[in-house]
Design a protein around this ligand. Sequence first.
Ligand code: SF4
Ligand code: SF4
Length: 380
Amino acid sequence: METVAPFKEGIDVIKEAGGEAFKFCYQCGMCDTVCPWNRVRTFSIRNIIRQAAFGLSEVEGEEIWRCTTCRNCVQQCPRGVEIIKVGTSLRRIASGAGIVPDPIHIATASLRAEGNPLGEPRAKREDWTQGLSVKTFTEGMEVLYLPCCYLSYDPRLRKVATATAKILSTAGVDFGILGVKENCCGESARKVGDEELFRHLARENIKTFIESGVKKILVSSPHCYHTFKNEYPEFMVNFEVVHITQYLLELINEGRLKLTKDYKKKVTYHDPCYLGRHNGIYDEPREVLKKVPGLRMFEMPDSRKGSLCCGGGGGGIWMDRKKGERFSDLRVEQAIAGKADVLVTACPYCIMNFEASRLTLEGSEAIEIKDITEVLQEAI
Ligand code: SF4
Ligand code: SF4
């Protein structure tokens, strides 16, 4: 394969992106050991890092697009190498040279044109609220609810937005949405190396938040959570950001949300990478589920810090992964092996991937895939 190298320029881009710590790598291989790719096929982020150190990375091939930014390797690296940043920097180089896989090109073009990666018109962004009493956000409301692109448009995930709105209304929360003024948070755009697009989306959102008098933002997607909380402060702003799992626990503990109906099912909870490993939110979703009357819970292998990535992060949600290369198949199989009635999670990408796996796996007809709000909706 031809290589854009040796590329001193490339090394500089990696350094600028904070990936300079690649030079501390001493090739222990721990990153490869924990990488979910090595459960389905051979993949070496260690080799990519080594090549980057010598300015010899290939940016034309498929390998740099495999990382799902799950953070398992970063968490394990004894030398503090910011592996995701190195990988993202290589994608920035590829993106700058126009070498981008087609599905990513299509998604980013849609983000530019309509503010969402799904090719849907901006004008339909708030259609999910039809039949619900969801207001437009105005200054002074308790919270702005941002459902994310997938919950706004995808028919399966609109059920999650609906469940969330019903729960908030039941708990008496004074909330509103921005509707057509909403844009994608830009998280995946940044992770596929389109920094300019990320910054454009972030600036647009921040402008809207400020003009609308937003102080507190409630999100359903861990990707939105991560971006608003950890990346938007780069623009010198600080909004209070809450993930729905945290907010549900707060509402229950304050007595605003009462769970009264039995949910007599055996469930297991899957930790989304951007909620767990990226942001340390492991306990709140479990605490919420434990408060549901009648619900029985068990832990799958590879939980909490070692959670098995669904494959959706880092632009993975836009890629067409062939059978045999889907981490989500392995996760659904773990839930089935534990005899779960319901595999619960709290991330739209995880739900999309698990639902896709469920359709093709043997013995998966009996298992349901649910967002945590869909479980709670049945218990109120
Ligand atoms: S775990 Fe860290 S030090 Fe070890 S090979 Fe991977 S990047 Fe290098
Ligand atoms: S972030 Fe996850 S997918 Fe990417 S290289 Fe590390 S372990 Fe593998």
